[in-house]
Design a protein around this ligand. Structure first.
Ligand SMILES: C[S@@+](CC[C@H](N)C(=O)[O-])C[C@H]1O[C@@H](n2cnc3c(N)ncnc32)[C@H](O)[C@@H]1O
Length: 205
C-alpha cells in the first residue's frame, strides 16, 4: 500500500461494513467465467486473486476442484464473508495482506484481475504491473478486466485508457489479448478491456 494513500485497509473495511460496495457483482463475472472454463481440468497451477473482496472467482475455482487458489485482500470483512460462504476453502489460502507486500514463494502461474487495479491510486499502477510480474513465474499469466473509460466522479474506481495501461505492462509482459471485452456485465459493456498477458521469459527481448 502506498504510505500516503487514504485508500488503506480501514477505508476498505469501512466500505464493506457500511454496504458501500457498488463494485460487487454478487457472482463471478462472465468474462472470467468463460476464461476459467477453458483452463481445462483442475491441476496444480497456483492461482492468486488479489484485491479479491468477496472472491467469487475463488469460490468458482474451488468448487471446480482447483486446490492451489489464494485470495488476498487488506479488508477483513469480505474475507470473513467468503469463509462463511465457502467454509471448506483452506483458511491458510485467505491472505489478509497488502498485495504489494506479497512474496512469490513459490511464484504463481496465474493472477486474476477483477476491479482491483481501478481501486488503487493511479500513481500505484506502474508498481502494480511490476508486482504482478514479480509474483508470476516466467510465462505465467495475468488475466482479467480493466476499465477502459473515465468516471465522472472522483475515484475509486479510477478510470483510464488502454494506451495508458499498455505502458505499464509492456516492460514485463507479452500481450496475448488486450481488447474490449465482448461479454461484460451490462453496466460495464463496452467500457472494459479483457486482458491476457504472459510474463516475458528471460530469453525474450
Ligand atoms: C473495488 S474492490 C473489488 C473487490 C473484488 N475484486 C470485486 O470485484 O468484488 C477493491 C478491493 O481491493 C482491496 N484492496 C485495496 N487495496 C489493496 C491492497 N493494497 N492489497 C490488497 N487488497 C487491497 C479492497 O479491500 C477491496 O476489497
Amino acid at each position: 500500500m502506498h504510505p500516503d494513500s487514504q485508500l488503506d485497509a480501514a477505508y476498505w473495511q469501512q466500505r464493506y461494513l457500511t454496504g458501500q460496495t457498488g463494485w460487487d457483482a454478487g457472482s463471478i463475472t462472465p468474462p472470467l467465467l468463460d476464461y476459467f472454463r477453458q483452463l481445462g481440468l483442475p491441476d496444480e497451477r497456483r492461482i492468486l486473486i488479489p484485491g479479491a473482496g468477496r472472491a467469487y472467482e475463488a469460490e468458482y475455482l474451488h468448487r471446480q476442484g482447483w486446490r492451489k487458489v489464494w485470495v488476498a485482500d487488506v479488508a477483513a470483512a469480505p474475507l470473513r464473508d467468503f469463509q462463511q460462504r465457502v467454509p471448506d476453502f483452506p483458511a491458510a489460502h485467505l491472505l489478509q495482506q497488502d498485495f504489494f507486500a506479497l512474496k512469490p514463494t513459490p511464484p504463481f502461474d496465474l493472477l486474476v484481475e477483477q476491479t482491483f487495479f481501478c481501486a488503487l491510486e493511479p500513481s500505484q499502477r506502474p508498481q502494480y504491473a511490476q508486482q504482478c510480474a514479480q509474483l508470476l513465474r516466467p510465462g505465467g499469466t495475468l488475466m482479467g478486466l480493466l476499465f477502459d473509460t473515465e468516471f465522472s466522479q472522483l475515484g475509486p474506481p479510477f478510470g483510464g485508457s488502454r494506451e495508458e495501461y499498455r505502458s505499464y505492462f509492456a516492460p514485463y509482459f507479452d500481450f496475448v489479448h488486450f481488447e474490449t471485452a465482448t461479454n461484460s456485465l451490462p453496466p460495464r459493456r463496452g467500457r472494459e478491456l479483457f486482458i491476457c498477458l504472459k510474463k516475458k521469459q528471460p530469453s525474450d527481448s
